[in-house]
Write a protein that binds this ligand. Structure first.
Ligand SMILES: [Zn+2]
Length: 398
């Protein structure tokens, strides 16, 4: 019996803002197709489970009644509520906006419950990761905050302390907001600097409310940051904090819009580095959270070559059998991508050849071995460590 779960239902692709919107449901279909072709959905690899049903009451654990009612009204009558982000360019109103958004919540809740009940040690909700959704507003393509609701659910079921790791190129502002004053939920977001990217928040000095100092952590990296430096930041900040915080469960968001080919952001990663970061999270959960790990998807707008490969790597790591980087992409999947887009299809599960970058393992240097104050990424790392490490009894300097 596999000890990993994947939450999947074709209905999850009904979360669809319409033609031309960057968050195309094709990214989920192409991810699922690649996972199938790679054998990652077979019964010996993973338990595939359905999203749980989510009621309006369930949503009130994070969202305001006014907001949930506005989303319902939008679904029933097409009414916009611009004050609440509904009907703005980023978050157009669509037919099933309430039902489809609640189903995404059900996906990540199913993952969280599978892990907390002990049925699965690890679980992945690729359709989840809606980290910008605010208690009373839709924002940045996100309607309901599945991550915050899953963390609340874990807490109500008995998880004392939860670490949330957000690897998306954008700041995980919605999740941070919900737990800003909660010292038992540590939110860590590693993102492109707020001066160059939506939502314009997530500075290292933003560390949580007065009773929860150090429970919000922000690493703001310069546009253009590549594999080795990004991984250096992840390890230098996330690893010591997770160890010091000693959570009961780790929840992570694997938005892959940090990729060099993503059309919306300025970070410059490969899927190789994104895969490496997922391995770091898995190892941290194993060492410091009894293996309990709930992973979710997130942003990612190069939907043909990037999202499917990035998230299949996450799934394989959740399953405890990472896909080797040199694995060829299956011909049937390549044909499926070629049929909807004319860009060259990735021939392997690695980007080293495609991006002209070197192997992450060759370029990575740990922060612990010393840092360079002249380097912008190292300065960002130090700023974050200075802001929060003392609150956790840690030394900001390596
Ligand atoms: Zn994003």
């Amino acid at each position: 019996m596999p000890d990993a779960a994947l939450v999947w239902s074709p209905d999850l692709t009904q979360y669809n803002f319409g033609p031309g919107h960057p968050m195309s449901p094709a990214r989920l279909n192409l991810t699922h197709a690649l996972a199938e072709e790679l054998g990652l959905t077979s019964p010996d690899a993973v338990r595939v489970i359905e999203p749980v049903t989510v009621t309006e009451d369930d949503l009130l654990a994070v969202h305001s009644q006014d907001y949930v009612e506005a989303v319902l009204r939008a679904q029933e009558t097409g009414t916009h509520a611009h004050r609440m982000g509904l009907g703005l360019e980023d978050n157009p109103v669509f037919d099933q906006i309430h039902t489809a958004s609640a189903r995404i919540v059900g996906s990540t809740l199913a993952a969280a419950r599978a892990v907390w009940s002990g049925e699965s040690r690890r679980a992945f909700s690729p359709a989840g990761g809606m980290h910008h959704a605010m208690p009373s507003a839709a924002s940045g393509f996100c309607v309901y905050n599945d991550l915050a609701l899953a963390i609340r659910d874990l807490r109500s079921q008995g998880a004392g302390r939860v670490v949330y790791v957000d690897l998306d190129a954008h700041h995980g502002d919605g999740v941070e907001r919900v737990f800003w004053d909660d010292p038992d939920v540590l939110t860590i977001s590693v993102h492109e600097h707020p001066t160059t990217l939506f939502p314009g928040t997530g500075y290292p000095q933003d560390v949580g409310g007065p009773g929860a100092r150090g429970s919000a952590v922000n690493v703001a990296l310069p546009a253009g940051t590549g594999d080795a430096q990004w991984l250096r930041a992840v390890e230098a900040v996330v690893s010591p904090l997770v160890e010091a915080f000693a959570p009961d469960v780790v929840v992570s968001q694997h938005g892959c819009d940090s990729h060099a080919h993503d059309p919306l952001t300025g970070l410059s990663l490969s899927v190789d580095a994104q895969r490496r970061a997922a391995m770091v999270v898995a190892e941290l959960a194993d060492r410091h959270a009894q293996g309990r790990w709930v992973a979710a998807g997130g942003g990612g707008y190069e939907i043909f070559n990037v999202v499917p490969r990035a998230w299949c790597h996450v799934l394989a790591i959740v399953e405890g059998r990472p896909v080797p980087l040199q694995t060829p992409t299956p011909p049937d999947w390549q044909a499926q991508v070629a049929a909807i887009d004319d860009m060259p299809v990735a021939s392997t599960m690695s980007d080293v050849g495609r991006l002209g970058t070197r192997e992450v393992t060759e370029t990575f240097r740990p922060f612990a071995e010393g840092y360079d104050p002249a380097d912008a990424v190292d300065r960002a790392i130090i700023a974050t460590r200075r802001a929060v490490f003392p609150d956790h009894g840690l030394d900001p300097l390596p």
